[in-house]
Design a protein around this ligand. Structure first.
Ligand SMILES: [Zn+2]
Length: 194
C-alpha cells in the first residue's frame, strides 16, 4: 500500500511540475522510487525478523534453550533456527551459530556472502564473529542485547565489537523491534540459565 501511495505522489507531483521544470519531475521520481524501495525493504525485514522472534519463543516452549532465534535468507528463508544450549547441552549452540551451521550444511558451502541473517536480538561477540567469518553480507536484529541482560543474561553478550566490520548491520525499529524486545519479558523465568 505504501508503494502505491508513493506512486500516486509521482503522478501528482509530476503534474504539478510538468512543463516548468523537468528536473523537478526527475527528482520527484527518484524520491518516490526511494520511498518504494525503502518501504519494500522494511516490509521484508519485518517479515524475516518476525520469524526470528517466533523461533525465540519456540526455543523456550520446547525446552531447547534460551529465547533467541535467527533466520538466514536470500530470496527466501534458507534456514530458521533457535538457541539449543539446553538440548545437548552445548553453550555455543546460539541461534545465529545454529543458523549458519545449518545453512552451510544445507548449501554445501562454507561462506554465505550472498545471504542475510535476521536475529531477534543483537548478537553476542561469539555469534557476531561467526557471522563475520561466514561473510554474510547483512545483519538485521530486533532487540538490543541489554534487553536480554535485563532478565539475567551475562552482560558480556552486549559487548559485540561490531564497529570494525564491513558487515552492514541494521537495528530494526518500529513495532517489530518492540515485539522482539518483549521476547525477554515474556520468557522471564521460563528456562534454565545454564
Ligand atoms: Zn551468540
Amino acid at each position: 500500500m505504501t508503494c502505491i501511495f508513493s506512486v500516486s505522489w509521482i503522478v501528482t507531483l509530476s503534474l504539478i511540475y510538468n512543463g516548468s521544470k523537468n528536473s523537478c519531475i526527475l527528482i520527484t521520481i527518484r524520491w518516490c522510487y526511494f520511498l518504494c524501495f525503502t518501504s519494500a525493504l522494511q516490509d521484508r525485514d519485518n517479515k524475516f525478523l518476525t520469524k526470528s522472534v517466533e523461533e525465540a519463543y519456540k526455543a523456550v516452549e520446547c525446552g531447547d534453550g534460551h529465547p533467541f532465534g535467527a533466520v538466514v535468507r536470500n530470496d527466501a528463508v534458507v534456514v530458521s533456527c533457535h538457541n539449543t544450549v539446553l538440548r545437548n547441552p552445548n553453550l555455543t549452540a546460539h541461534a545465529e551459530i545454529n543458523a549458519i551451521s545449518e545453512a552451510c550444511q544445507k548449501l554445501n558451502q562454507n561462506y554465505l556472502a550472498d545471504y542475510e541473517i535476521y536475529a531477534c536480538c543483537e548478537p553476542c561477540p561469539m555469534s557476531l564473529v561467526a557471522i563475520q567469518l561466514s561473510k554474510i553480507k547483512r545483519l538485521v536484529y530486533g532487540a538490543k542485547a541489554e534487553a536480554a541482560v535485563a532478565i539475567g543474561f551475562d552482560p558480556s553478550i552486549a559487548d559485540a565489537p561490531n564497529q570494525k566490520s564491513e558487515l552492514e548491520i541494521k537495528k530494526a525499529d518500529g513495532a517489530v523491534a518492540v515485539t522482539a524486545e518483549q521476547v525477554f519479558e515474556n520468557a522471564r523465568g521460563k528456562f534454565l540459565m545454564s
